[in-house]
Design a binder for this molecule. Structure first.
Ligand code: ATP
Length: 508
């Protein structure tokens, strides 16, 4: 994958009605995007699949839809007012602002890239006799670079763990990190920047009336955990899941929908007995990774990344990373959050947040394992994974969006070969029948070849062509998107055949 591929994804997303820059007629608003006619369908289908897998297929998990605004003390208790900061640094020449940790991580990623290049070169040179393990454990260049990576990681972790902004600045200078825009090392000091958007509630603008747009959906779950537990009569372990908007005033808002200021999260908090967190953490890691694989995401584009620097609330944490066109980056976080949040809410609200365990007759604050995925990042994952330029046998090429049929914005497009001779009427009848079973499209403009290409580009798994023979044999041509195989099937059978293939159940 490459920068070119990324540019292609962005322009494709716009051209085919997936994603538009927000308020584009006013030149857009940075890091804010709108989902178009195909985007909203794909996004809704991702939500549906997540909700079904996490809530409806789990007897121990229920859903919630909490408000975006929450009592301001929520964010004091959760630590967001004091600690939801990013360390920022400015380049004095380009006037560009960066996250200091990202600059250092990018520096490390470049060293990794050099190692990968050397491994690839050696693979080519030695052919079948190449042994990667021997090479990476003996090659002096690789060993030297790995040592450097370990040293930089160690220094970075120690600086962050002790909140030593000077040390972070020193590390950036020591590594000779330059600004990607100006190329200079003329940096300001490192400062902390709170990522929450604040606003005033009501008409009085004093401090007590400042409220925040939630920076994560999780706190809505924590403050409702006893409401849900008592009314659902759930016993531990049980989970609460929620899909909703979150807002962060990101310092560097680039990379399209990867890092937005307004985005959507799909989060699940699993409440467990203290002491069982390791077992449940491993369980949810496995579950979530297989969820991604069920969507046909290529195995070598997914990996776990353990956190070196643990957040103040976590005793273990990792990311599921996807290989985006700009490298492996976080798609989903899995965090063992201990009893931190509930304990804090008990402290600040002075309301007991304890669970009475009927098996042991004890009361305690549950521990929590969280799975937290960005809906927009999942959307970008599917686009990055599925968008392909394919050479065809006749020398032409096509743009194909190969996405799991159950998630495709349109499941089947009905295409009368021509508008006349009664074919439109047959097509419209078929559309009216099939639209009850799955999302259908209807297109009778341009040549059939062009129409197939348009459907391939938006990921429609099936095209149904009505032609003159249909009037005689009551059959239509069913064309499958990825293989382009066409078969004649009876009109009465179409619904059954397509339904089976596009049904979400086929993903489980
Ligand atoms: P990052 O390190 O990339 O800033 P994070 O560790 O702060 O992410 P979490 O707080 O763990 O992210 O949020 C959970 C998930 O929410 C992330 O895995 C990601 O998919 C999504 N997410 C977080 N911030 C954004 C954003 N600004 N835009 C889009 N999605 C986001």
């Amino acid at each position: 994958m490459s920068e070119d591929h990324f540019k292609k994804i962005i322009s494709h997303a716009k051209e085919f009605g997936f994603i538009f820059p927000s308020s584009e007629i006013y030149d857009g608003l940075s890091a804010t995007y709108d989902y178009g006619q195909n985007g909203v369908e794909l996004k809704n289908n991702i939500k549906k699949y997540w909700w079904k897998s996490m809530v409806q297929m789990n007897k121990d998990i229920v859903g919630l839809d909490a408000a975006i605004f929450m009592h301001p003390t929520t964010w004091k208790a959760s630590g967001h007012v004091d600690a939801f900061n990013d360390p920022l640094i400015d380049n004095k020449d380009s006037k560009k602002r960066y996250r200091a940790d990202v600059l250092i991580e990018d520096f490390i990623a470049k060293i990794h890239e050099k190692n990968e290049k050397d491994i690839l070169k050696a693979k080519k040179r030695f052919g079948e006799s190449f042994n990667e393990e021997t090479f990476t454990t003996t090659n002096p260049n690789i060993l030297r670079r790995n040592k450097q990576i370990a040293e930089v990681n160690e220094k970075m972790t120690s600086a962050f763990n002790s909140d030593d902004l000077n040390e972070i600045y020193n590390l950036i200078i020591e590594l000779g990190i330059t600004c990607p825009v100006s190329g200079s090392k003329n940096w300001t000091e490192v400062r902390q920047f709170n990522l929450m958007f604040g606003t005033e509630i009501g008409s009085v603008a004093d401090e007590s009336s400042t409220i925040y747009l939630r920076p994560e959906t999780a706190q809505g779950i924590f403050v409702n955990y006893l409401n849900v537990q008592k009314t659902s009569r759930k016993k531990l372990p049980f989970g609460i899941a929620q899909i909703g908007k979150a807002f962060r005033n990101e310092i560097i808002a680039r990379q399209f929908i990867f890092r937005m200021r307004e985005f959507e999260q799909m989060e699940m908090q699993f409440f467990i007995k203290p002491g069982t967190q390791k077992e449940w953490y491993d369980y949810w890691k496995k579950q979530r990774m297989s969820w991604h694989k069920s969507l046909g995401i290529e195995n070598d584009k997914l990996q776990f990344h353990d956190h070196v620097k643990l957040a103040h609330y976590a005793d273990a944490a990792c990311d599921i990373e996807f290989k985006f066109p700009f490298g492996f980056k976080e798609l989903e976080g899995i965090h063992s959050r201990t009893d931190f949040d509930l304990k804090q809410h008990e402290l600040y609200s002075k309301k007991k947040q304890r669970y009475f365990d009927p098996e042991t007759n004890e009361s305690y604050i549950p521990y929590v394992i969280e799975t937290s995925i960005g809906l927009d990042r999942m959307f970008l994952t599917l686009l990055s994974n599925g968008l392909k330029e394919e050479k065809l046998d006749d020398g032409s090429s096509r743009t194909l969006f190969s996405v799991a049929p159950a998630l495709a914005p349109t499941k089947a497009a009905i295409l009368p070969l021509v508008k006349k001779d009664g074919l439109s009427e047959i097509g419209t009848d078929l559309y009216n029948k099939l639209k009850l079973d799955f999302e259908c499209g209807y297109d009778e403009k341009d040549s059939i070849g062009k129409r197939y290409r348009r459907q391939d580009a938006v990921g429609t798994p099936f095209c149904i062509t009505v032609d003159h023979d249909t009037k005689i044999d009551q059959k239509v041509t069913l064309r499958e998107r990825d293989t382009m195989i066409q078969e004649r099937v009876s009109i009465d059978e179409v619904s059954n055949i397509v339904s089976k293939k596009v049904n979400m159940n086929s993903l489980f």
